[in-house]
Design a protein around this ligand. Sequence first.
Ligand code: KIV
Length: 286
Amino acid sequence: MSIAETAESPGAAAAPRKAVTLARLADMHARGEKIAMLTAYDATFAAVADAAGIDCLLVGDSLGMVCQGLDSTVGVSLDAMRHHTDSVARGLRRVRGGAWLVADLPFGSYQASREQALRSATALMQAGAQMVKLEGGGWTAETVRFLTERGIPVCGHLGLTPQTVHALGGYRVQGRDEASAVRLREDARALQDAGAAMLVLEMVPAALAGTVTAELAHCATIGIGAGRGTSGQVLVMHDMLGIHLGRPPKFVRNFMAGAGSIEDALRAYVFAVKDGSFPDDGMHAW
Ligand code: KIV
């Protein structure tokens, strides 16, 4: 399928996909239906992912590594995030796509004050995002509340928070010891209480991710390298297509292996997330 076929051929995409909304996500969460999320950075991949039935697309600041060749997300600017969010949103509009669109607030665009966060979030929402994601624990709760009270849906991000890789001392598993596990659970509850509707849990032990998920009544957890007990999964799209500059993280499965097309690979990912066969127990070493 090409964008042109879907957008322009009569009959190619006869019925536009029913849009994923915040209410639908909440309903999926309540019913225990797994949420399938992937990153996207451009219009074409966004359209293909949408056709494959992905629930949520994330314009991740991982675009710093994937698209810009940076070695961390620290150097990603708000302008770059706005540019890629705009492209992804345009791709979704062209195919009358229905995926829920989340965009990352990049490093330095929300830490200074609630007002700075509101300005940055506004720029991404005006580019087409429907939700913004920000990294960090309890200290972000005040910002999350400020944004959600002003009509901006927010996704939190705990565990390995790549924007603070230098403070964390590398891309390491988080929440391994009792004290940090307790802190992570408290942070998760604080973010939910502040209004976060979604929470990415990156590289935390599967048991801890499962406990956090069970403790949150109305905030869906989306795991990456966090086992299968979360409400959904997210991967960097290039990783799961087997395209990467370095070694892929251990928890990634190459869905392109054996697939006839990229759309088939993405469809297989959606299927595997929904039926719980991704990730399998051996997908992480912690
Ligand atoms: O930037 C990103 O792609 C992310 C996901 C890996 C969760 O934050």
